[in-house]
Design a binder for this molecule. Structure first.
Ligand code: ADP
Ligand code: ZN
Length: 598
């Protein structure tokens, strides 16, 4: 039997296995069933691709999305693996040919949608083939608890009964306990082994900042300073905001496209395709975008609106940096966003129990936003992992002070009460700071006992305090009534002085680019020029074949190439991601660029 490590090197061009890969691969090669929980970018694919290559017969991979399959198949063909996708876009003739190849043992891997796999006709075909394994990708789709439930996945349990001798490996990046248990149960994996990796994504830098007066200008400075040429995703809550932000970014000279469920199918497909195949494109999108986007070089994920839970936040930001290179998860949010999300949950059609759960999930997310601790610690804590402060998030890089905000909160809450709980934060802050405005005077609010009791604190800081009071649930924003603030039951203890309140002091917005950037860089600027030339060649090759550039080479390989400047094919072969087949196909062309440059 071929040696997994030799295959890793000769076909995929990597020197060593990562994390639990070797163990998982060994287990499956020996015929064991497995459930693999690994974060996005952890390297799940090799866990079934290599066993499929080592074992006799064809590996059957169940995958929920056609777009995802085609990407994987093109990537595998580039490294010389005999792979194919079986889906509804295939004509009858092609289908028959593919089945013949499977029977003849001419294919290493076949990707297939669950509904196609579980047809009687296809299962009968499979009985006539040698099968290396079944891989069930995105296995959380079997879970009703999770967010991507696919009823077709439930039928996959029957695989075990029909093909008891064929090992099954289920893989997912969704780790929570209930989902995990449901996968084991629904896919009858109780006899298999579970491989659980850490869910940390160390290359992603988490950053959350309060919204200033113009969120889009904050986004613009971030992009200009840190990601001027990079591919990324900007998440927005509504379709109209998606359109606005995309238009605006284009006016600012960025290559940005919109994506949301209101666009027709063709436009969506075209925009997604461009995102994959062009370099440096920004997708402005609702959460409709992202599932199954395997693009490894997404350098940033920006949120201009709040996600609805930690799970959603982690899934969305997780689309950054699959290739392991430094990437940013960047978010700005303000009081309005908190109010809007709370309202959305309250107004949803869900049952009361579900709404309560959703409010709790939102609270956890807001706690993460308002934290003064290491953000990664808060995230991993939430998912049940403990860790040290990471040194790669905003609060680690620029520690945030907290202060005893009890007195300030009491002043703020009393002022809301005195003004009758019918005004928004702007007016209440005017009263607190003793602003000499016409509106304040007309309403007689300059005669209130709380008028001017907050002069010692600046307006911006008050805004931050009000945002935190709303986030902590001590104040509620009435969206149906011009955003007026209302006291909640929870604020009593603070007003009576029975409970102390610790608040964060938002750091002043810093000038862009002061902290080290979270993007892959080459120490020598000349190397960067070479890197750009290598990228240009890659894009040209990709265009000729109609595949995304990363299918030719990942940035990691080109960065190494630009840094080490190999001058022979033998030297090229040492690069990470340079398997034999890619060396044969592209080695010479890239050598010429390096020669021309030297
Ligand atoms: P996942 O499916 O878990 O999100 P992938 O299988 O797409 O992750 O792998 C993520 C990235 O890591 C890919 O670019 C892949 O080529 C790379 N990778 C996986 N295993 C290794 C390894 N052992 N050495 C180097 N790179 C690896
Ligand atoms: Zn940190």
């Amino acid at each position: 039997m071929p040696d997994p490590l030799a295959i890793l090197k000769s076909i995929f061009g990597y020197d060593r296995f990562r994390g639990a890969q070797a163990e998982i691969i060994g287990h499956v090669i020996d015929g064991g069933d497995a459930l693999v929980l690994m974060p996005t970018g952890g390297g799940k694919s090799l866990c079934y691709q290599i066993p499929a290559l080592c074992r006799d017969g064809v590996g059957v991979v169940v995958s929920p999305l056609i777009a995802l399959m085609q990407d994987q198949v093109s990537a595998l063909r580039q490294v010389g693996v005999r792979a194919a996708a079986l889906n509804s876009t295939l004509g009858y003739g092609e289908m028959v040919e593919l089945e013949r190849q499977m029977r003849a043992g001419e294919l290493d891997l076949v990707y297939v949608a669950p509904e196609r796999l579980m047809t009687e006709a296809f299962l009968t075909q499979l009985e006539r083939c040698r099968l290396a394994l079944f891989a069930i990708d995105e296995a959380h789709c079997v879970s009703q608890w999770g967010h991507d439930f696919r009823p077709e996945y439930l039928q996959l349990a029957a695989l075990h009964e029909r093909f008891p001798a064929v090992p099954r490996i289920a893989l997912t990046a969704t780790a929570d306990g209930p989902t995990r248990r449901e996968i084991v149960e629904k896919l009858s994996l109780a006899q298999g082994r579970e491989f659980v990796s850490s869910f940390d994504r160390p290359n992603i830098r988490y950053r959350v900042a309060p919204k200033g007066s113009s969120a889009r200008h904050q986004l613009l400075s971030f992009l200009k300073a840190e990601h001027p040429r990079d591919a990324g995703i900007v998440y927005r809550l509504s379709r109209s905001k998606v359109e606005d932000t995309a238009d605006w970014l284009r006016q600012q000279g960025f290559n940005a496209l919109p994506y949301h469920a209101g666009l027709d199918k063709d436009t969506r497909a075209r925009n997604q395709d461009r995102f994959l195949k062009e370099e440096g494109l920004i997708m402005v999108a609702t959460i409709a975008f992202g599932m199954g986007i395997d693009k490894p070089d997404v350098r940033f994920v920006a949120h201009l609106d709040l996600p609805k839970s930690m799970e959603a936040y982690y899934q969305e930001t997780g689309r950054a940096g699959r290739d392991g290179l430094p990437s940013d998860a960047w978010m700005v949010y303000g009081l309005q966003d908190v109010a809007r999300m709370r309202q959305m949950v309250a107004d949803s059609e869900a049952s009361d129990a579900k709404k309560r759960l959703e409010q709790l999930k939102l609270n956890a997310l807001l706690g993460f936003c308002e934290t003064t601790r290491c953000r990664r610690q808060v995230i991993l804590d939430y998912f049940g992992e403990s860790s040290e402060p990471c040194g790669n998030c905003d609060t680690c890089l620029e520690p945030v002070e907290s202060f005893d905000g009890t007195l300030a909160a009491q002043k703020a809450l009393s002022c809301v009460y005195r003004t009758g709980q019918i005004f928004g934060a702007g007016h209440v802050i005017d009263v607190l700071t003793g602003a000499d405005g016409e509106r304040v005077r007309k309403l007689g609010h300059d005669r209130l006992s709380t008028f001017g009791i907050g002069r010692d604190i600046g307006k911006e800081e008050w805004k931050s305090i009000f945002r935190q009071l709303v986030a902590a649930g001590l104040l509620r924003v009435d969206m149906d009534n011009h955003g007026s603030l209302l006291l909640t039951e929870a604020c009593r203890a603070v007003l009576r002085g029975e409970e102390r309140l610790s608040l964060r002091r938002d750091p002043a917005p810093k000038r862009a680019g002061r902290a080290a950037r979270a993007r892959p860089t080459l120490a020598d600027p000349h190397d960067d020029a070479l890197f750009q030339e290598l990228r240009a060649l890659r894009l040209e090759l990709a265009r000729d074949q109609g595949v995304p550039p990363y299918v030719i080479f990942h940035d990691t390989t080109l960065l190494e190439m630009a840094r080490d400047k190999p001058r022979s094919l033998t030297a090229m072969a040492g690069l990470s991601g340079m398997g034999r087949s890619k060396l044969d196909s592209y080695g010479q062309a890239f050598l010429e660029v390096i020669d021309g440059y030297a």
